[in-house]
Design a protein around this ligand. Structure first.
Ligand SMILES: Cc1cc2nc3c(=O)[nH]c(=O)nc-3n(C[C@H](O)[C@H](O)[C@H](O)COP(=O)(O)OP(=O)(O)OC[C@H]3O[C@@H](n4cnc5c(N)ncnc54)[C@H](O)[C@@H]3O)c2cc1C
Ligand code: FES
Length: 338
């Protein structure tokens, strides 16, 4: 029933969200699908007349690829043993086989990591960076140049840039790094200084190209951020690259040693990382905005599966907000973290 409702809203032009927002369903052609590091890929999609988008917005991907043949599942399984679906797995009788089968039923959300427009042809190239963790991402890893997939977007509200901001501190962890690259591009265009703090568990899980030596100070050593003149400070949990420890500790240390008056923190990553970033920002008395990666189904305000508790400043009462439609970007001071 829910699936039918969502397909209906997709087909009538996605009228469930903001009335004024421009977005739609697009056929996207794969222009590149590159293995950047362990389990992480850069997917470049060529799309015609994709509406304007902002950093922090996302697209919903439907990746049917080859229709989910057992052969392709078998080919992927050795490379990605963490895939939940295994060839030959028999679903329990009380579930429809489709629900546990290899075919992803619903679209999956991915942040826009970059965008290049060709105003003459009307084509845009949209970058997504994804980590292979399940059905859809497993299928995405098997895409080759020239394949077609369907995307819905751009969805949600992106990052707004406060007028009084002097410096932007971008904090990205794991698959939260992609929207920070797109944000660095926007900041450069607007002439705003930015510093990126990048965190991962280990060096081989950083989905970026390291082009210079990585030390304990921010430097132009990551290709994706250097392209937008943004120095980067890297932290890994095990110390295999950059500072040892969490990226939030790197942020805290840096800002304590070099106070960042007038700075604004923007973050995206796993929920514990964003919660910790919010605490550090509060301690430093800096505004902080997070792009939440709450699991989602419809991505456009229909299914109510992506709620968070939200309490705006000066209000006693909290309300539910939809991450997909009201966010995914929120002021962290207004979030009641679970
Ligand atoms: C707004 C938004 C932006 C996102 N941007 C990116 C991005 O740029 N790059 C990227 O790699 N991923 C991103 N994600 C996460 C991405 O949507 C999931 O990795 C994807 O849905 C997994 O699909 P799958 O079919 O491969 O895995 P599934 O088979 O659906 O799930 C595999 C396992 O992962 C868990 N899981 C799935 N989604 C999430 C989630 N959001 N949080 C925690 N656990 C989850 C499932 O519970 C399950 O255990 C984003 C999520 C949101 C909400
Ligand atoms: S994902 Fe359906 S309402 Fe947010």
């Amino acid at each position: 029933m829910l699936l039918r409702m969502m397909q209906f809203f997709e087909n009538v032009g996605m009228s469930t969200g903001d009335a004024g927002a421009k977005r739609g369903q697009f056929d996207a052609r794969v222009a590149a699908n590159i293995n950047v590091c362990r389990e992480h890929f850069l997917l470049r999609l060529r799309v015609s007349h994709f509406p304007p988008s902002e950093p922090g917005q996302f697209v919903q991907v439907l990746c049917e690829a080859d229709g989910g043949s057992e052969a392709s599942e078998a080919a992927m399984a050795p490379a990605y043993p963490q895939l939940r679906w295994k060839p030959g797995m028999v679903p329990p009788a009380f579930h429809g086989p489709d629900l546990l089968g290899p075919q992803p039923y619903l679209r999956r959300p991915f942040s826009i990591a970059g965008r290049w427009d060709d105003p003459v042809s009307g084509y845009s190239e949209i970058d997504l960076i994804y980590r292979v963790i399940g059905k859809t991402t497993g299928r995405m890893a098997a895409l080759t140049v020239g394949d077609n997939i369907s995307i819905l977007g751009p969805l949600g509200h992106g990052f707004s840039l406060p007028q009084e901001m002097t410096t932007a501190l971008l904090v990205g962890g794991g698959v939260g790094i992609p929207p920070m690259i797109y944000l660095a591009k926007k900041l450069q265009r607007q002439g705003i200084n930015a510093l990126a703090f990048i965190g991962a568990q280990r060096a081989d899980l950083i989905p970026l190209h390291i082009i210079g030596s990585v030390g304990l100070e921010p430097a132009l050593n990551v290709r994706e951020f250097t392209a937008f003149n943004t120095p980067t400070l890297i932290a890994t949990d095990d110390g295999s690259l950059g500072q040892k420890g969490f990226v939030t500790q790197a942020l805290q240390r840096y800002c304590r040693s070099k106070p960042q008056n007038g700075a604004v923190v923007f973050c995206c990553g796993p929920t514990p990382m964003m919660r910790a970033t919010a605490l550090v920002a509060a301690e430093l008395q800096l505004p902080c905005y997070a792009s939440l990666e709450q699991p989602m189904a419809c991505g456009m305000g229909t299914c109510q599966s992506c709620v968070i508790k939200y309490r705006p400043a000066a209000s006693e009462d909290w309300v539910y907000k939809l991450t997909c439609k009201d966010g995914p970007v929120f002021n962290t001071a207004d979030i009641l973290w679970q």
